[in-house]
Design a protein. Sequence first.
Length: 259
Amino acid sequence: MVDQVLRTAERYKGSLEIIRTLPADLQIYSQSAPLRMEWGAQLHDHGFKLVVKVDWLVDCVDALLRYLSLYVDKDTTVGWDPEMKSARALGVQRPTEAMWQTIKVDALGVKLDDVTIMSWLLAPDESVGDIWISESSQNCDLVMREQNSSLPPPADGHARSTDISKYTTLTVLRDTGDASKPLGLRVKLVMDINPGSLTTKIMKLLPSWGLRRAIGGPLEGGIRSTPAYVKLKEAMLDQHVKSGPSAPFYDCVRRHISG
């Protein structure tokens, strides 16, 4: 338990500067008022940095927790990410930490068998957001050794990423007349995407409008379809919140919202 807390604290401290990055700070920037979102991207040697900010409107605490569950429990939710084909938990799932093995096929047909460790916590005193989530491919071996186990090898024909780094912050948007009544959930995601050397070379040849279309098209399509997906999976998301491994964390969030 102590090791878990120290890992989470280290990731949180190391991510504070990263998650302050704004979409408008980056090379390619776009916004959509109808979708209540904005995003920015910046090419680098191995791919690109992506920053996305979106507001989800909700009418009650239960609805807000469903959206939160979508991010915390996303690797158990096959269907939200069209690239993900299967997922399973590795080791012991804890209220604020879990490890997942996911099988994905990306848009270019690359087969991936990734292992990531996720951590989440409440951070009500930070201006960057009330809730913080990290996902990383680092230290997975260490966590499995702590549990007297080892990582499974990648599936045949699949590669395993070693440089996954993703940070998500979530801020509860409150009614100014009643702070205990949530109006929405503001989500900000910062991540590095490394699609491979060939794809990166092609992206560097594209003009700004081409990059905006290549990145923004799938991204905005995903945002557009998310509310319908949450409605379709309402019962499953409610089950995650009420009785899943992370239920104690959701209880803390509920108390935080209620004040």
